[in-house]
Design a protein around this ligand. Structure first.
Ligand SMILES: [Ca+2]
Ligand SMILES: [Ca+2]
Ligand SMILES: [Ca+2]
Ligand SMILES: [Ca+2]
Length: 276
């Protein structure tokens, strides 16, 4: 018994817990859902309004589609629904685009230079897909109210050498545009929206793969953006996430660098600038 106590104390000192204290951090359970050839991106959200998260995946090598897996609330799904997409669907965002309280899907079509809206018409039903022109090779979508009129507008990163973002403004549920803005960089592969300079207007940040940088485009609050400013990040910047990371009120950014296997955390200065 004494030896057992001593051993337990030693384990506790080493930071181990006894079996009686042990609690699982993650349950070791995983599931695979069959999608289709060339599965691209996944979004998670409650699309059908039953308070259970659903999964939406884009796919597009042989057949171009978007598949919804209706979540059961325990991680699994009960049934699924595949909608036909335009060429090479890439990113997908869940958002109510026409203000009817039902969640719609917005999909960027890398092979069709377009963005599609799939409007929900009821519980697990969708109306005809509506396609809108975007830039070339639209890779990533972010949705937010750019012009302060209460509806969701769309910003797209176009993954081309002379990298641009496209803006499509929501006019009574119909997307207008696109308006193009340069990123002063090459192959922006992801875009995120956030208010970097605390003026109440959404700003756009892109992750630029070939330029190994991020670009900041400050929003004017009316759906237009100012000239891009770039900040060096790591080699092969592939994705980013905006969050408040260091305790002040400025938005910061975490960047994933594909070529150097690293993350870069860059602190915002509250004026749209980032340190490295
Ligand atoms: Ca659901
Ligand atoms: Ca809707
Ligand atoms: Ca708007
Ligand atoms: Ca702003």
């Amino acid at each position: 018994m004494r030896n057992l106590r001593a051993a337990t104390a030693a384990l506790l000192l080493l930071g181990f817990s006894t079996p009686a204290d042990a609690a699982p951090v993650f349950s070791a359970r995983s599931m695979f859902f069959d999608v289709a050839n060339g599965t691209q991106r996944v979004a998670v959200g409650d699309v059908d309004g039953d308070n259970r998260p659903d999964y939406v995946a884009t796919h597009g090598t042989l057949s171009f589609g978007v598949t919804l897996f209706w979540g059961e609330g325990d991680g699994s799904y009960g049934s699924k629904l595949t909608l036909t997409a335009a060429a090479n669907p890439k990113d997908v965002v869940i958002a109510d685009m026409n203000g009817d309280g039902r969640k719609d899907l917005v999909v960027s079509n890398s092979g069709a230079a377009s963005v599609s809206v799939f409007p929900a018409t009821g519980v697990r039903t969708f109306g005809a897909r509506v396609d809108y022109p975007a830039g070339n090779q639209p890779a990533s979508i972010a949705v937010g109210d750019l012009d302060g009129d209460g509806d969701q507008d769309v910003v797209i990163a176009n993954q081309v050498v002379t990298g641009t973002v496209s803006v499509l403004l929501n006019v009574a549920g119909v997307l207008a545009g696109p308006s193009g803005y340069g990123t002063s960089s090459s192959t922006p592969i992801q875009v995120a929206l956030g208010d970097l300079n605390a003026d109440g207007k959404l700003d756009a940040v892109t992750a630029n793969s070939s330029s190994s940088s991020i670009s900041v485009l400050l929003g004017n609050g009316n759906g237009t953006f100012g000239t891009a400013t770039t900040f060096a990040s790591g080699n092969g910047t592939y994705s980013l996430a905006l969050a408040r990371l260091d305790g002040d009120t400025n938005l910061d950014v975490a960047v994933a660098n594909n070529n150097v296997d690293s993350l870069n955390v860059m602190m915002g200065n509250g004026a749209g600038g980032f340190g490295r």
